[in-house]
Design a protein around this ligand. Structure first.
Ligand code: NAP
Length: 252
């Protein structure tokens, strides 16, 4: 049978991989043997260096995922670079904080566009390619604790991440018959740019740490095991789940 977590010969497309969780995800996939396409608007130099240091190939695709206009081009460029796509990780995401009573159209639309609209249409473009190639594949969405909880002062983020959990289920229902697994991971509180404001706020930081049974913020490398599991044949019969990786946050 060999190692069921081995990703040798696989090609993964990871969005938003220049920093934070996306970088941790790209490195974990490369450690398991995959070559990676890094898609985003900022140059992912550090991630490229980490992936190539592992002996894997990295190809950079420059795209602003605030619009879904370029999803077909992203898939075409991945095929051109590596000849195939086996794994998609929809990681890119943003958050806007404001009282719901004051929330603006821009704060709503910008978050929904990156976190949900582009995630859906990139998944569609990749699934079309996977179905045409006939080899199946793995789609992994990055959800959130706010796929399960309401949160506060982040209405578009909560709506988008709750939507991600729902889309993960419907896409699994529709594409499982093609050998495509669609699942999500829900990170708890990880130390990245996305949570910089929370880490800097002494009161919120203490509240958050006080509720995490593991007693610490997550590090991007903490996602590696769950990502490799969902990207590999170890998870071939796992469909539509949103897997928390949260140091026990939801267990409280
Ligand atoms: P981050 O450090 O802010 O990284 C976000 C990534 O998304 C960056 O690569 C960013 O690129 C990219 N991105 C944002 N808007 C984009 C756009 N319009 N076009 C292309 N790329 C874009 O945050 P993170 O914590 O690693 O977040 C990664 C994912 O995890 C997000 O979906 C987030 O919601 C989710 N998440 C994070 C936590 C946490 O505790 N950190 C918890 C739950 C879920 P730029 O650098 O160019 O902006």
């Amino acid at each position: 049978m060999g190692n069921p977590f081995d990703l040798s010969g696989k090609v993964a497309l990871v969005t938003g991989a220049n920093t934070g969780l996306g970088q941790g995800i790209a490195v974990a996939l490369a450690e398991a043997g995959a070559d990676v396409c890094l898609v985003g608007r900022s140059a992912p130099d550090e991630t490229v260096a980490k992936v190539t240091a592992l002996g894997r190939k990295a190809h950079v695709i420059s795209a602003d995922l605030g619009s879904a206009d370029h999803v077909a081009d992203i898939v075409a460029e991945t095929k051109l670079a590596f000849g195939r796509v086996d794994i998609l990780v929809n990681n890119a995401g943003i958050i806007k904080r404001n009282d719901s009573i004051d929330f603006t159209f821009e704060e709503w639309d910008s978050v929904m566009n990156v976190n949900l609209r582009t995630l859906f249409f990139l998944s569609q473009a990749v699934a079309r390619e996977m179905i045409a190639a006939g080899r199946g594949g793995k789609i992994i969405n990055v959800a959130s604790m706010l796929s399960f909880q309401g949160g506060i002062r982040v209405p578009s983020y909560t709506a988008s991440k709750s939507g991600v959990a729902g889309l993960t289920r419907i896409l699994a229902n529709e594409w499982a018959k093609h050998g495509i697994n669609v699942n999500a991971i829900a990170p708890g509180y990880f130390a990245t740019n996305n949570t910089a404001a929370l880490q800097a706020d002494e009161t919120r930081n203490a509240e958050i740490l006080g509720r995490i049974p593991s007693g610490r913020w997550g590090d991007p490398s903490d996602l590696g095991g769950a990502i490799v599991f969902l990207a590999s044949r170890a998870s071939d019969y796992v469909q539509g789940i949103t897997l928390p990786v949260d140091g026990g946050w939801l267990a409280r």
